[in-house]
Each structure stands twice: as C-alpha cells, then as structure tokens.
Design a binder for this molecule. Structure first.
Ligand SMILES: [Zn+2]
Length: 167
C-alpha cells in the first residue's frame, strides 16, 4: 500500500495513481462480469426459445404425418375416417390441436388440393412468424404444408377451408 506518511510528494502521487489504477481495473472487471452474465443469459434464453419453437412445430408435424400415413395405408380409394387418427393414448388431447374436416374431400370438384386438416390455432413462435400446418389432399395424394399465419389466412378459401375456430 502507499506510504502517505513519508512526506514525499512523488511517492504519494505514485501511490494515488496505483490506487486509482487498481480501482479502475476492479470496476472494469465488474462491468466485464456483468456483460458476460447478460450475454450468456440472453444466449440461453434465445436458445431455449428456438428449441421450444422447433419442438412445437416438429411435434405437430409428426402427429399430422401419422394421420397422413394412416390415410395412405388404410383409406386409399376409400372415404376418410370420421375421427383424426393420432399416434398414442392421449389421442383426444392431440386431436384438440387440429381442425379435421374429412367432408372437405367432397369439395374436390371445386377445390384441388383441398384442406383436410389444419392446426386450429396458430403456433405462436418467438423467433419466426407464427404459422400452422395444413394437410392437403388432391384426390390422390396428401401433402403437409407449413404456412405462416398470413399465408394461411390468405389461402384458406382457396383450399376450401372454413377457418372459424371451433372454440
Ligand atoms: Zn400445429
């Protein structure tokens, strides 16, 4: 530490400078720690949101693909089932995510492809525009499409959809 009691002006100045430098370094270290903490936290939050977004969309697509596979394997050339096929025991819960309109297959004279099933509510995503899946049928083949909410609303009528929510 500085020896202010020596009475030597130079030594006092040097000691003061050293103290100021130490304080300045300490302050800088604190700010650096805060900055690292903020950046790390923001990164973790962003990654977790991205993961949540991806998982929500992926799960929905997987369930819809299951229905599509059942349509292809068990209903080829036959009417579609009255309830939406879903992959596991919590079928009712999974079904509640979708609007299923097998009767739309009767609209194939007017619309092609026609929308058979879609997410009843949009997936609200943090890092990209909200959107929905739509299962289309052209009389022969099925296709799952992801659409932004704006795209979905613009094109709903073109695919014969009545998009008034069931809730
Ligand atoms: Zn969905």
């Amino acid at each position: 530490m500085a020896k202010n009691d020596t009475g030597v002006a130079d030594q006092t100045t040097l000691a003061e400078r050293a103290t100021r430098r130490t304080l300045s370094h300490r302050r800088w270290r604190v700010w650096r720690m805060i900055a690292i903490f903020v950046i790390a936290t923001a990164t973790m939050i962003t990654l977790s949101m991205a993961n949540r977004d991806a998982q929500s969309v992926r799960t929905c697509q997987t369930n819809l693909r299951y229905a599509l596979d059942v349509f292809r394997s068990e209903h080829k050339g036959k009417p579609l089932p009255w309830t939406l096929p879903m992959p596991h025991a919590e079928r009712d819960l999974l079904r509640s995510h979708y609007r299923y309109a097998p009767q739309n297959a009767n609209l194939l004279d007017t619309y092609s492809p026609v929308g058979i099933c879609w997410c009843d509510q949009p997936h609200h995503l943090f890092l990209r525009p909200s959107g929905r899946h739509l299962l289309l049928f052209d009389g022969e083949e099925y296709e799952i499409r992801w659409m932004s909410e704006a795209e979905f609303r613009t094109n709903a009528a073109r695919f014969g959809l009545n998009i008034q929510s069931k809730r």
